[in-house]
Write a protein that binds this ligand. Structure first.
Ligand code: SAM
Length: 287
């Protein structure tokens, strides 16, 4: 056992929840104050590299596949034929890499407000940036709220909101007006996906508000899919999928079963399981 006096830990404290999460770190690799946030990268003893923004864990090498696969594949196998995809945020490029595994996708535009996140990912998480040179990838550095507002109406098949928590520059990404602009930018059979925080902590607050706001914006169907994410508060996270008209709970099961690319978490059974909603969430969301 390591002598505790020689250990150095990165600890994220969730003050409101009275909990914290820690990783033993072996080295600080990078820190910088960008125009938008304080960015840190560490090497850890057991989780590989760790990226932190404003003191909040964004990702580690070891478990980011859970989040990135669940932010992309359920939506892309629910949409009948996704060709044009936008990622709002997502500057580490992990979601972009997953989206571009789908051969039918013709263009994936990633719009992150902070280019420094992408530069740090290219340097410290090159495995997440595998698809950055794919001719179908477009990397823009801009405010996602403004980009969606100016997007050609009815031009997008899937919009994925891969944002930080709803504070600072990401606050407006959790708002009715933004969802209305997303709805306008989507084709009639389009899909919206948003990272929607922790089922355990946020079902009757942030997740419920997302459902109400998406409905207010005009989305007819909305469903939250929980999945594990050990390095986020409570170790359990979610994405919420919304559709203007169609179903978000039926998906192309035979295509998911026959997917022609590798994943570490996502498969047909995981997708089916993620659509099952725990009783406490059903209650929170129906109130
Ligand atoms: N998976 C992560 C999580 O839930 O903690 C999010 C990862 S990704 C690094 C989040 C990105 O959202 C950041 O790079 C941040 O710069 C970006 N972001 C925040 N507000 C934004 C906005 N208004 N427009 C575009 N990108 C934004």
């Amino acid at each position: 056992m390591t002598d505790p006096s020689k250990q150095t830990w990165f600890t994220e404290i969730f003050g409101d929840e009275g909990t914290s999460f820690g990783l033993e770190i072996t080295e600080k690799l990078h820190e910088e104050q960008t125009q938008y946030q304080f960015l840190e990268v560490y090497d850890t003893k057991t989780f590989g590299k760790l990226m932190v923004l404003d003191g909040c864990v964004m990702l580690t090498s070891r478990d980011n596949f859970l989040y990135h696969e669940m932010m992309s594949h359920p939506a892309l196998f629910t949409h009948p034929n996704p060709k044009k995809v936008a990622i709002i945020g997502g500057g580490d490029c992990g979601t972009l890499r997953e989206v571009l595994k789908h051969p039918g996708v013709e263009r994936c535009t990633q719009i992150d407000i902070d280019e420094k996140v992408t530069w740090a990912s290219q340097q410290w998480f090159p495995e997440l940036c595998d698809a950055n040179d794919d001719p179908r990838a477009e990397l823009l550095f801009d405010d996602g709220i403004a980009w969606v507002k100016n997007c050609a109406p009815g031009s997008m098949d899937v919009i994925i909101i891969d944002s930080t928590d709803p504070v600072g520059p990401a606050e407006g990404l959790f708002a009715v007006d933004f969802y209305k602009d997303c709805l306008k930018a989507l084709k009639p059979e389009g899909l919206l996906v948003q990272q929607s925080e922790s089922p355990l902590l946020h079902s009757d607050s942030i997740i419920k508000k997302i459902h109400l706001d998406m409905a207010d914006a005009g989305f007819q169907q909305c469903h939250t899919l929980p999945f594990p994410q050990p390095v986020y508060p409570t170790g359990w996270w979610s994405c919420t999928m919304a559709s203007p008209h169609g179903s978000v709970t039926h998906f192309r099961e035979s295509d998911a079963a026959a997917k022609a690319f590798e994943t570490q978490y996502y498969n047909l059974e995981i997708h089916r399981g993620a659509l099952a909603m725990p009783e406490f969430m059903k209650r929170a969301l129906s109130k």
